[in-house]
Design a protein around this ligand. Sequence first.
Ligand SMILES: Cc1cc2nc3c(=O)[nH]c(=O)nc-3n(C[C@H](O)[C@H](O)[C@H](O)COP(=O)(O)O)c2cc1C
Length: 360
Amino acid sequence: MWPNDRFIKLCGIELPVIQAPMAGAALSDMVVAVSQAGGLGSLACALLSVENARKELEIIRQKTSRPINANFFCHQPPQEDHAREITWRQRLNAYYIELDVATNTSIPSSARSTFDEKMCDLVTEFHPEVVSFHFGLPDKNLVLRVRSTGAKILSSATSVDEARWLEDQGCDAIVAQGFEAGGHRGMFLTEDVSTQVGTMALVPQVVDAVKVPVIAAGGIGDARGILAAFALGATAVQIGTAYLHCPEAQISPLYRQALKGSRDNDTAITNVFTGRPARSIVNRFVREVGPMSDVAPKFPLGAAALAPLRAKSEPAGSADFTPLWSGQSARLGRELPAADLTRQLAADALKNLALLQPKA
Ligand SMILES: Cc1cc2nc3c(=O)[nH]c(=O)nc-3n(C[C@H](O)[C@H](O)[C@H](O)COP(=O)(O)O)c2cc1C
């Protein structure tokens, strides 16, 4: 059926479609819908407390016995840098005044957490069939603990070097994340955004460089992208932005509206929301402060100073200060329930694949 079934066999799923983990945008509803449809639903835990991640995993395990993916960020927590924080606050000062936010408003610390022993306890408790990481891998002992649960371990690579590194560390499959992708770049061996590679160029070079199955991610919005990914040697696709259009996506009406109207060239890589490069729809904040700022605090501290501005502007109907994570293919999205979207994407890809085969 599928030209390459290594990944679906590795994970025990039916369809080579991974719903991308999307911190803050997809919870148990989406995961259950996609896994029940035969794909791989992913629970992103980076913005969840351990208690909330546990609740979500409990719901998922109650509602489906199909394989699931639990996903974690594994960045190095940053050193506090008061001087940089002050410079950043000064850069935002005009916005604080404009929105009438007290400049001494206390800033909540960012909720983006890195994988640690407590999150690892959840992995040993719930045994997700797949555990995936973003920004490399956690320390060796944690990786060993995850491995001992029997989970297949995945992580994102944005270059051949990163893919080789992940394979050397024992990853079971690699997500080749092209430049088109929405959300944070998984890059971890470089900070140079200018040399990041597009999906079309990245996937075949990663396929040639590693032995483990490669999953294509970035800009895949419909069956044509899936076909292309297989033609490039991928064994599955990881799709984020297209799933943001589903009713299960936990995003605000403002964000949904922005996605609906988003064109191919409406996004940019920016570090102004969190301190780390990520693709978002360009809004006022990205335009005026970014897209890349030398004074943005280290990830994930950048988000904190924005919180009071968001708290003021979003209820007033403005997405001027809101991260609007999106890949370059938002326009290809369809408003379908996540299960239907998963089945439809796979069925259309298979149909088109058959059309491409020369007739005997
Ligand atoms: C809203 C959003 C949140 C994301 N959060 C995560 C995350 O928590 N963990 C992760 O590994 N990748 C995350 N990503 C990146 C995706 O895994 C994937 O690389 C990307 O969505 C693929 O590109 P596409 O959006 O063009 O389909 C996120 C992407 C989006 C759009």
